[in-house]
Each structure stands twice: as C-alpha cells, then as structure tokens.
Write a protein that binds this ligand. Structure first.
Ligand SMILES: Cc1cc2nc3c(=O)[nH]c(=O)nc-3n(C[C@H](O)[C@H](O)[C@H](O)COP(=O)(O)OP(=O)(O)OC[C@H]3O[C@@H](n4cnc5c(N)ncnc54)[C@H](O)[C@@H]3O)c2cc1C
Length: 279
C-alpha cells in the first residue's frame, strides 16, 4: 500500500489530481474495514491528517461551518451546534460507539454514502450545503444532491469534501425530533432513521415542516409530498393520516438482511405520526 502524506490543502489537491484513484483517509473507520478485508492491498491512500484547518468548526454570520475532518464527537459537543442544530447533535451521538465518534468524521460519513448514514436526515432537514474542492474548481451542493446511489456520490475525480455549511433558520421550530431505529439501542446500523422540524402557527396551522428519512431508499429522502400536504393545514388527526398516505411516494424501502420493506414503511409512518402528534 502506498500512502501519500500532503502537508496542506494545496499539496493534497495536487497529489489527488495526479493520483485520482487514491482513497482519501480521514478518520479511517470505514476505510479500515476495507483494509482489514484486504481490499486496499496495492491501493494508494491520501492521508488528510495534515489538513489541520479542515477539522475546524466555526460560527459564520449565517450559521455554522463544519470542516470535513471534524469528528462526530467534536460536532456533538460544540456549543453553537448544540444550541442551533440539535438534530445533528442527536444524530452524531448515535454513530457507532465513543471510539467511532472520536475518529469518524462528517466528511467521511458523507463520502462513504451509506443509505444508513445517520447524519444525513438531520443534514437534509437543515438543508446543509456540502462544499467541495479540487485542484481547479470549487462546488457547493445541497446534501441530498451529493448522493448518486448506494455508496456512490457525485464527487468528481480529484475532488474532496472540504466542509458543510449550515444556515440557522430565521425562527426556531416549535418542535424537532431525531429517531434512529436499529436492532439494538446502541451500536446498530439503522433500519430507519428520522429527523423532523415543525413550525406551528395560530390554531395549530402548519407554517412550515421539514421531514427526512434514511435507510428507506438508496439515498436520504426529504419527504416532499408529505411536507407539501401538511403545510397550510391545521395539524389534526385527519390531516396527519392523509399526509401519511402519501409517504410511499417519497421513499422506496427494500427487503434486506436487516429488515423488510413493510416493517420499514410501518416504522417510518409511526415515527412521523408520533412526531407530528407531539407524543
Ligand atoms: C463499528 C462501526 C460502527 C459504525 N456505526 C455507524 C453508525 O452508527 N452510523 C453511521 O452513519 N456510520 C457508522 N459507521 C461508519 C463510519 O464510522 C462513519 O461513516 C464515519 O463518519 C466515517 O468517517 P471517517 O472519517 O472514519 O471516514 P474514512 O474511513 O476515513 O473514509 C470513508 C470514505 O470517505 C472517503 N473520504 C473521507 N474523507 C473524505 C473527504 N474529505 N472528501 C472526499 N472523500 C473522503 C474515503 O476515501 C472513504 O471512501 C460505523 C463504522 C464502524 C466501523
């Protein structure tokens, strides 16, 4: 195995352009699984640990910037993120155990593009923007547009995730919730993972609602049909049930070794219903 050790961003992008088949190494929690299985033999690794600035989390005039190399532990303990983006805090808290949270990074979680990536529903309801950089270009993509399929992204050859931008909503939501359903309460891969924010106005009319599910399609899904149906209506049992009937148009759960399509659909309905009813 060949390991490239750039000292800074410029060096890293130059080396990646010359070695487009290299595997960028952040925390290594996903890559080490491949290494252990012998899948990285004779491959080239681009070690990102020299890019110190890329671990930074900082407040911006509009919200928060999270460098791609910030770990789940750093994100879930950051004061500004705890105050303004609690769904992301809750999701980082459920990624693996403490060891994984101490090493695993947000950039690595996104680039790995697992359908069960736990941070993605939270990032989707916050409409997170993913910033990428290569030797000759910079791009900004909404989180739900960076994924191309199971374990596939729209990153180009030589392109790295630099960080994620979160914009603070103008008004805090009336209600928010993150829920992960797996085989166990901890250290489990999600069967369904949910994040939601709800803004209620006068007479319980839905001013705005943002809902997302993971593990129920090849990529994270914002529930646009359900959201559109709820917006502008009074939030009562009838509205919630009619909105839930639209859910199969938003997600595409599958049968696999962890669960069945029907179970995932039913649990997703239950999670959304209990969130909307405030239970
Ligand atoms: C025991 C265990 C439990 C886990 N539990 C969970 C869980 O509950 N929920 C969950 O979502 N995940 C889980 N994971 C997966 C993993 O920990 C996360 O996806 C983690 O965030 C990956 O980050 P990393 O820095 O370790 O990535 P790495 O392993 O370093 O990299 C992952 C992939 O991303 C690429 N990459 C890394 N950084 C960049 C970048 N800046 N730009 C472009 N490409 C990049 C790498 O080349 C590689 O393909 C678990 C893994 C293990 C081993």
């Amino acid at each position: 195995m060949k390991v490239l050790t750039p000292r800074d961003e410029r060096d890293a992008l130059r080396l990646y352009r010359r070695n487009p088949d290299a595997f960028p190494l952040a925390g290594g929690t996903d890559l080490m699984v491949l290494w252990n299985a012998g899948l990285l033999n004779k491959k080239t690794i681009l070690d990102l640990s020299g890019l110190r600035d890329w671990s930074r989390i900082r407040e911006t005039p509009k919200g928060v910037w999270i460098g791609a190399l910030a770990t789940h532990a750093e994100i879930r303990t950051h004061p500004a993120i705890r105050e303004r983006f609690p769904l992301l805090v809750d999701s980082c808290r459920t990624v693996g155990g403490r060891q994984i949270q101490n090493r695993g990074t947000l950039g690595g979680n996104i680039a790995n593009a697992s359908p069960a990536g736990d941070t993605f529903p939270a990032l989707a309801v916050y409409a997170a923007l993913v910033h990428t950089v290569s030797d000759n270009d910079r791009r900004v993509m909404p989180i739900d547009e960076i994924f191309a399929g199971v374990k596939k992204t729209h990153l180009k050859a030589g392109e790295l995730i630099e960080g994620v931008e979160l914009q603070t909503p103008p008004n805090p939501p009336s209600r928010w919730r993150f829920r992960k359903v797996g085989t166990r309460a901890a250290q489990a891969i999600s069967k369904t993972v949910f994040a939601g924010q709800l803004w209620l106005g006068k007479d319980k009319v839905v001013d705005d609602v943002k809902l997302a599910l993971g593990s129920v399609a090849p990529t994270v899904k914002r529930l646009r049909h359900v959201e559109t149906h709820l917006t502008g209506r009074a939030l009562d049992g009838k509205t919630i049930e009619s909105a839930l009937r639209l859910l199969p148009g938003d997600i595409h759960p599958i049968d696999d070794i962890r669960s069945t399509r029907e179970y995932r659909l039913q649990v997703s309905r239950n999670l959304i219903r209990s969130f909307l009813m405030g239970r």
